[in-house]
Ligand binder design. Structure first.
Ligand code: NAD
Length: 414
C-alpha cells in the first residue's frame, strides 16, 4: 500500500472524513474517479519508424466545476498515479475554494529522448484522442512534470483546430503570447512561499537565514528557491533527477540555474559538495521541500528526517505511514493540496481572463493569489488547532465539507 499513490489518496480521504461533516455515503463517491480513460497514440518518429505511446486522463470529480489538472510526461506514469493526482486536484481546488473539480493526465514517455517535432506530434495525438472529454466547460489541462508552456500552446492549437473555434480557455499555463496569464509560471512557487511565510509566523520563526533543502529543481522547485533566496532564506541543498548538491554557506539559485542550463544538471556546481540524491531528504534544515515526485518520504526514511517542517510542493510526496511517523516526531507537514495550490489558483485566474477576454496586471494576479493562499492557510491552521489534528487532516476535512455540500445541494445522492 505504501507506494500505490491512489490507495494512499483514498486513505488520506478516510483519515480526514471523521473530522468532516460529510455523510459517509458521499465519502464513498469522493474516493473514486468518475471516469478514467486509456489511449494509445501512434507517432511516426523522425527515423520513419512508428512508436505507440500509452496515455491516460482521469476525471475524478466535477461537482464543484469542470475537471482541472495537469498533464505529465514521464516514463513512470501509470493509471494509479494519474487517478491519485486527479483526486488530489479535486481536494486542492476545494481547499483554495476555486470553482473546479479534479482531473489529471499522463503519457508514458521520457520526453528528453524525443525531438521537439516528435513531442509536438505526441501532444497533438494525445489531444486528438481525448478531444471529446476536454473543453473550457468540461476539463481543462495544465502543465505538470516535464510538460511546459510550449506543450500547452500545442494543446490549445490542436483543440482549437479540431473544434474550429479559437479556444484559449481549454488549457492553462500557456505562453503570454498565447493568452497565458502573467504570474502563472511562478504561481506554484509563489503560492507555496506565501503559505510558508504564514506558517513560520505561527511558530514565530524569522525568515532571515531559515535553512531550506529543495528536492527537484524544475518549474516549482527552482522558482521557489529564487523566491525564498530573495526573502533572505538560506538554500543549503538542491537536487534534480541526476543528483544533489550541498553547501552550508548557502547556494545562489540563479547561478545554479545557469549551471543546469549549461550542463543539464545541478550536479558539480563549483564550491558545493555532491551528495547522494536521497540524502537531501534527511538533512538537518528548518524547511524541507520535496518538489519532484510522489512517494519520496516513506516508512523507510521518515524516522531519519530532521527537518523542522515539510512544505509539500510535489504532489503526494509523503505516504500515510510516513505521515504517522512524522506526526509522532512533531514535524509539521504543510500538505500538497494547500502548499502547491498556487499553480491551479493562477490557472483559474488565467481561465477567467480567457473567458472574459480581459487581461490583468501582474500586481492584480499576485495580490489575488496572496489573499487566496493566506485565507486557505488561516482556515486550515485554525481548524487543525481547534480539532488537534494535522494540517493534512484539516485541509482534507475542510475540502470534503465543501465538496460534500456541493454534491448534496445538487441532489445527486438523495
Ligand atoms: P518539472 O518537470 O518542471 O521539474 C521536475 C523536477 O524534478 C526536475 O528538476 C527533475 O530533474 C526533478 N526530478 C525528477 N525526478 C527526480 C528525483 N528522483 N529526484 C530528484 N529530483 C527529481 O516539474 P514541476 O512542474 O516543477 O513539478 C514538480 C512537482 O510539483 C510535481 O509533483 C508536480 O505534480 C508538482 N506541481 C507542479 C505544479 C506546476 O504548476 N508546475 C503545480 C502543482 C504541483
Amino acid at each position: 500500500m505504501d507506494n500505490n499513490p491512489f490507495l494512499n489518496a483514498q486513505q488520506q480521504i478516510d483519515d480526514a472524513a471523521k473530522y468532516s461533516d460529510c455523510d459517509s455515503e458521499i465519502i464513498k463517491v469522493l474516493k473514486e474517479p468518475q471516469r478514467v480513460i486509456e489511449v494509445s497514440i501512434p507517432i511516426e518518429m523522425d527515423n520513419g519508424k512508428v512508436e505507440i505511446f500509452k496515455g491516460y486522463r482521469s476525471q475524478h470529480n466535477n461537482y464543484r466545476g469542470p475537471y482541472k489538472g495537469g498533464i505529465r510526461y514521464h516514463p513512470g506514469v501509470n493509471v494509479d498515479e494519474v487517478k491519485a493526482l486527479s483526486a488530489w486536484m479535486t481536494f486542492k481546488c476545494a481547499t483554495v475554494d476555486i470553482p473546479f473539480g479534479g482531473g489529471k493526465g499522463g503519457v508514458i514517455v521520457d520526453p528528453h529522448k524525443l525531438s521537439e517535432h516528435e513531442l509536438k506530434h505526441l501532444t497533438q495525438g494525445y489531444i486528438d484522442k481525448i478531444f471529446d472529454l476536454i473543453g473550457p466547460e468540461k476539463d481543462i489541462p495544465a502543465p505538470d512534470v516535464y510538460t511546459n508552456a510550449q506543450t500547452m500552446a500545442w494543446i490549445m492549437d490542436e483543440y482549437s483546430h479540431i473544434a474550429r473555434v479559437h479556444s484559449p480557455a481549454v488549457v492553462t499555463g500557456k505562453p503570454l503570447e498565447n493568452e497565458g496569464s502573467l504570474g502563472r509560471d511562478t504561481a506554484t512557487a509563489q503560492g507555496a512561499a506565501y503559505v510558508l511565510y504564514e506558517y513560520l509566523q505561527t511558530v514565530e520563526k524569522k525568515l532571515e537565514n531559515t535553512s531550506v533543502a529543495i528536492q527537484g529543481f524544475g518549474n516549482a522547485g527552482a522558482h521557489l528557491a529564487k523566491i525564498l533566496y530573495d526573502s533572505g532564506f538560506k538554500i543549503i541543498a538542491v537536487s534534480d533527477s541526476k543528483g544533489a548538491i550541498f553547501s552550508t554557506d548557502g547556494l545562489d539559485p540563479r547561478a545554479i540555474e545557469e549551471h543546469k542550463e549549461k550542463t543539464g544538471s545541478v550536479k558539480n556546481f563549483k564550491g558545493t559538495k555532491n551528495i547522494p540524491a536521497d540524502d537531501i531528504l534527511t538533512l538537518k534544515v528548518d524547511v524541507l521541500v520535496p518538489a519532484a515526485l510522489e512517494n519520496v518520504i516513506t516508512n523507510k526514511n521518515a524516522t531519519k528526517i530532521k527537518a523542522g517542517c515539510i512544505l509539500e510542493v510535489a504532489n503526494g510526496p509523503t505516504t500515510p505511514e510516513a505521515d504517522e511517523i512524522l506526526e509522532k516526531k512533531k514535524i509539521d507537514i504543510i500538505p500538497d493540496i494547500l502548499a502547491n495550490a498556487g499553480g491551479v489558483t493562477v490557472s483559474y485566474f488565467e481561465w477567467v481572463q480567457n473567458l472574459s477576454r480581459f487581461y490583468w496586471s501582474a500586481e492584480e494576479v499576485d495580490s489575488k493569489l496572496k489573499s487566496k493562499m493566506e485565507s486557505a492557510f488561516s482556515d486550515i491552521h485554525n481548524f487543525a488547532k481547534k480539532k488537534k489534528i494535522t494540517y493534512r487532516q484539516a485541509a482534507f476535512a475542510l475540502a470534503i465539507n465543501r465538496i460534500g455540500k456541493a454534491v448534496k445541494n445538487r441532489g445527486i445522492l438523495n
